[in-house]
Design a protein around this ligand. Structure first.
Ligand code: SAH
Ligand code: SF4
Ligand code: F3S
Length: 435
């Protein structure tokens, strides 16, 4: 065997893709070592996102740029993975001749074979949903950052009217408990202090465990027993799967961090119904109230879509009201983007300038709430999991329990848990002094 070839992966979209990109690198580790420079790569893989039109279009413009590299380097192969690959793989190959390989999110264990075919000059495509990709992927020991993602559930059966995920990621599947415990145990041994459990609907987790079915709350409590592991988070959740045992875990499981991303999309019952979200605004607020009774300092994060087809000013005001009522410390808000193949794509869009205006108003409110949440921390204590050196000398940066980035004057190693006094708030982060 010669020297290993070089693999460059560019990741778009959600944390699931971040996790998958690591698995892709592992699957190809037999012949490739990672590089962060596309110019020196022998294989470039784009791990793509299809959630909004802009996200999908980015991939084609990136391929347009990358194909120039091929002129000087005939051995370079370009591949597309992830949700755009799944949604429009064959079409992509037609539209972009520079693509040598297309692989859907369920098939990363097939990458060595697909790569070999692409190397031999074939255009290789695989987007079937086949066996459990997690079981089939190889595992390797390596040096770890203090925080890691761990996918426990994938796919979605909810079919919200605007969303491509049920089509790109397939039906909801939970990984068995034993596999997750193995992987988490190995992560903890390799120095991981904080694990974020991932799933498109992670709180719908229902994993098999010796003939029993276990919930996410059960899994979190088991993981909390792992020595070395200090913190557990999970994302993304659907309000309808916010079970009582999970709410209780927020109250009494110390390692479960007081932060929850619980998308609501809209505060209007009429729009929620048209979105097929299957809950009302009042039911969502009631879940938040129960969570806050269990864990009063819980910091909430949400996703919002504005300009969903037929959204009126009154519907939009209901979203603003809900945001005022709940109070978010963090948020993601998007202008609705019609996605081919989804039911909402058939309906009439809100005028773009109206949607943009609403998005600005919503984002102004959410930004005020985020600033308030940061400012409320000043003068308080926080525990920071140190991750890496900060921008300035003598400074390290890490995350608080509430997932705020905190810059601390210290030289302790990554992976250290540090109690700090919060001394200041910037627009997106905090400053702290070790206690
Ligand atoms: N499973 C999660 C979110 C998955 S997608 C949930 O149930 O909420 C992440 C976010 O992208 C969504 O919460 C939604 O706010 C946004 N999104 C999804 N499809 C969209 C579309 N067609 N247009 C605009 N935003 C969209
Ligand atoms: Fe998409 Fe809805 Fe499933 Fe979330 S719950 S992934 S928004 S279909
Ligand atoms: Fe995007 Fe696929 Fe994630 S569409 S948000 S990368 S599940």
């Amino acid at each position: 065997m010669g020297a290993p070839k070089k693999l460059f992966i560019k990741t778009y979209g959600c944390q699931m893709n971040v996790y998958d990109s690591e698995r892709i690198a592992e699957a190809l580790a037999g012949g490739y070592e990672p590089t962060d420079r596309a110019e020196e790569a022998d294989l470039i893989l784009l791990n793509t996102c299809h959630i909004r039109e802009k996200a999908a279009e980015k991939v084609y413009s990136e391929i347009g740029r990358l194909k120039r590299l091929k002129a000087d380097r005939p051995d370079l192969r370009i591949g597309v993975a992830g949700c755009v690959a799944q949604a429009e793989g064959a079409l992509m190959m037609e539209r972009a001749p520079a693509i040598d390989l297309v692989v859907g999110p369920q098939s990363y264990h097939r990458l060595p074979e697909l790569e070999a075919r692409a190397r031999a000059g074939e255009r290789a495509l695989h987007t079937e949903f086949d066996e459990d990709k997690f079981a089939a992927l190889p595992k390797r020991q390596r040096k770890r950052a203090p925080t890691a993602f761990l996918t426990v559930q994938e796919g979605c059966d909810k079919f919200c009217a605007f969303c491509v995920v049920p089509y790109t990621r397939g039906a909801e599947v939970s990984r068995p408990v034993s596999r997750i415990l193995d992987e988490a145990g190995r992560m903890a041994d390799e120095g991981v202090r904080e694990i974020t459990l991932l799933g498109q609907n992670v709180n719908a987790y229902h994993g098999e465990d010796g003939g029993e079915t276990r919930s996410l709350a059960w899994l979190i409590r088991r993981l909390a027993e792992l020595r070395g592991l200090a913190r557990i988070r999970y994302t993304t959740s659907h309000p309808n799967d916010m079970a009582q045992d999970l709410i209780e875990a927020h109250g009494d499981c110390d390692k479960l961090m007081p932060y929850l991303h619980l998308p609501v999309q809209s505060g209007s019952d009429r729009i929620l119904k048209r979105m097929n979200r299957k809950h009302t605004a009042a039911q969502y607020v009631e879940i938040i109230d129960r969570l806050r009774r269990a864990r009063p300092d819980l910091l909430l994060s949400g996703d919002f879509i504005v300009g969903f087809p037929e959204e009126t000013e009154e519907d939009f005001r209901a979203t603003l009201d809900l945001v005022e009522r709940v109070g978010y410390g963090q948020s993601y808000s998007f202008r609705y983007s019609a996605r081919p193949g989804t039911p909402a794509a058939e309906r009439e869009d809100v005028a773009p300038e109206v949607a943009d205006d609403r998005l600005q108003r919503l984002q102004a409110l959410l930004a005020r709430q985020q600033r308030r949440a940061l400012e409320a921390m000043v003068g308080r204590e926080a525990e920071v999991l140190i991750e890496k050196p900060g921008r300035e000398a003598g400074q390290m940066v890490g995350k608080s329990e509430h997932l705020h980035a905190v810059h601390v004057e210290t030289d302790v190693a990554p992976g250290t848990l540090l109690r700090v006094a919060v001394t200041g708030a910037a627009p997106h982060s905090l400053a702290g002094r070790p206690l």
